[in-house]
Design a protein around this ligand. Structure first.
Ligand code: CU
Length: 175
């Protein structure tokens, strides 16, 4: 009787091992599907950080801009702030920032600007050469302007106050 019981137990155990092994196969087959799904979700996250067209430039009592180079992205609104960080009033140390069209003769423009005291040195006759300009500022003042440049390129900017263009100039690189 004892031996018969042992045999039947062995048979039963053998049966159980076979069935459990058979069940494992579909389970392991289903596992690889999950990691694939997670990787696809992760790929969509990598997006480049947008460049903001916010520019700030300072002019001082030493007749200098604090930078000779500004950079912006083409086709998107540019916000530019000019700050006069000095103390001298605009009649003696006025600063503005005038962005000129490509190919503008700076010296010729400056000659016309010198004659345009009534319009804060923004010459009416040269309006076609001006992309954008700030107000004329005295010490402690600031002005913010908004404009958009669609065409990529390197645009000269100057301060058109008499005598300042020799030192107060730089480039706006639009990419
Ligand atoms: Cu100036």
């Amino acid at each position: 009787m004892n031996t018969t019981n042992k045999f039947s137990l062995l048979i039963l155990m053998g049966f159980l091992t076979i069935t459990s092994c058979g069940k494992k196969d579909p389970a392991t087959g289903g596992e690889p599907a999950d990691p694939i799904e997670t990787t696809t979700e992760g790929e969509g996250v990598a997006a480049p950080v947008a460049v903001e067209n916010v520019l700030v430039i300072e002019g001082n009592d030493q007749m200098q801009f604090n930078t000779k180079e500004l950079r912006a992205v083409a086709g998107k609104p540019i916000t530019l702030t000019l700050k006069h960080v000095g103390k001298i009033p605009k009649e003696a140390m006025g600063h503005n920032l005038v962005i000129l069209q490509e190919g503008t003769d700076e010296s010729a423009f400056a000659v016309k600007a010198n004659e345009a005291k009534a319009t804060d040195y923004i010459p009416e006759s040269e309006k076609a050469s001006i992309i954008a300009h700030t107000k004329l500022l005295g010490g402690g003042e600031e002005d913010t302007i908004e404009f958009t440049i669609d065409k990529k390129g390197t645009y000269n900017f100057i301060c058109s106050f008499p005598g300042h263009v020799a030192i107060m100039k730089g480039v706006l690189i639009v990419e």
